[in-house]
Design a binder for this molecule. Structure first.
Ligand SMILES: NC(=O)c1ccc[n+]([C@@H]2O[C@H](COP(=O)([O-])OP(=O)(O)OC[C@H]3O[C@@H](n4cnc5c(N)ncnc54)[C@H](O)[C@@H]3O)[C@@H](O)[C@H]2O)c1
Length: 322
């Protein structure tokens, strides 16, 4: 089988996770590794194989053997790298969030539309099999709960940096808003929220958020996000769906789910978290089949739009229309 050439931009913790996933997929391989830290790029090249490591992104953007790039850097470089990659005609898998500001998200979407490249935002939770089963079991839940509650983030963690990371709600909230939107089967229309900077007093970014979301179909969701403490019973990720006499609870890092059809309860369990591997399989399948990935830049924008609306609601005390 011929191999699609890929380049990894950002060879840190998660870049290496993606490299490990791609190594298990037929039909594509990383030819090049880019990182501002030369040692990180070289280490990835030696560990996962390929042709070269570089600190200069222009080298891979000008390399005709590379069809697609993975952007797995910190959040302040997502938009400029994505726009440069689109202008170079490269298909793109981009880690969350698309960007921290709406104008940057829109500039990325404009570049993707203008150049016609494919872009998949990497929302790994979309690929957990039990999330998909839950959506099929209750396609448009009347009431939804989405919670991602982590242990307190360290003050020196890069994701806590206002420019590079954005703190918990802006960094990880898009994972939760994306799944809430996906499970709702509708589009968000209105957001109320309360929260603030509760675990890192004095920090400019909010770190806890409790929001209510109303969708175009009139259904509602409750979204809880933050780093106030891990809950061992629910785990970091917890979703609940209620509708038409049915309910689902997803917990244990989305490896376990309870389905109730109004009479009988069924519990499903998966051995592993499968999101990273399956999202990589989908991206490479889309490249090989010459089609759009299931997730597009629109999903990336909508997830961040919901986070930013909640932030505005918290800061102003006003309900936000989307
Ligand atoms: N989907 C998930 O569950 C999940 C989990 C962890 C991280 N992430 C995301 O993955 C991304 C990376 O996170 P990480 O934990 O791997 O961070 P990291 O700091 O470990 O790695 C980022 C790497 O990018 C490099 N880099 C920064 N700017 C660059 C540039 N302009 N060009 C080339 N290289 C550059 C850095 O030197 C570093 O090696 C973030 O967007 C983060 O939110 C997602």
């Amino acid at each position: 089988m011929s191999q699609i050439g890929l380049a990894l931009i950002g060879c840190g913790g998660l870049g290496r996770v993606h490299a490990g996933c791609v190594a298990k997929v037929e039909g594509a391989r990383f030819l090049a590794y880019v990182d501002l830290n030369e040692e990180a790029a070289t280490r990835a090249l030696h560990e996962f194989g390929g042709d070269y490591a570089t600190t200069d992104v222009r080298r891979v953007l000008g390399d005709d053997r590379i069809q697609a790039v993975y952007i797995v850097t910190r959040h302040d470089s997502h938009a400029p790298l994505a726009i440069a990659a689109a202008q170079a005609g490269k298909d793109i898998l981009i880690e969350k969030p698309l960007a921290l500001k709406l104008e940057e998200c829109e500039a990325v979407a404009e570049a993707v539309a203008r150049t016609g490249v494919r872009m998949m935002p990497a929302f790994k939770m979309r690929y957990y099999p039990l999330i998909r089963q839950a959506r099929q079991f209750i396609p448009e839940p009347q009431v939804l709960v989405g919670q991602m509650m982590d242990g307190r983030w360290g003050d020196t963690a890069w994701a806590q940096d206002p420019i590079q990371g954005g703190a918990n709600v802006h960094s990880q909230g898009c994972h939760t808003t994306d799944i809430i939107r996906f499970l709702s089967g509708s589009e968000p229309r209105r957001i109320w929220a309360a929260g603030g900077t509760l675990t890192h007093p004095g920090h400019p970014c909010i770190d806890q958020c409790v929001a209510s979301i109303q969708f175009a179909n009139g259904h509602v969701a409750s979204w809880i996000q933050g780093d106030a403490c891990l809950g061992p019973y629910t785990s970091k990720f917890f979703f609940e769906l209620f509708g038409n006499g049915r309910s689902v609870q997803l917990y244990d890092r989305l490896k376990k789910a309870t389905f109730f059809d109004g009479q009988e309860t069924r519990v499903e369990q998966r051995d592993e978290e499968e999101g990273f591997q399956l999202e990589n399989e989908e991206f490479i399948a889309a490249l090989r089949q010459g089609r759009q990935p299931e997730l597009t830049v629109h999903d990336g924008i909508q997830a961040t739009r919901m986070v930013l609306a909640a932030d505005r609601a918290i800061r102003t005390g006003q309900v936000q229309e989307l």
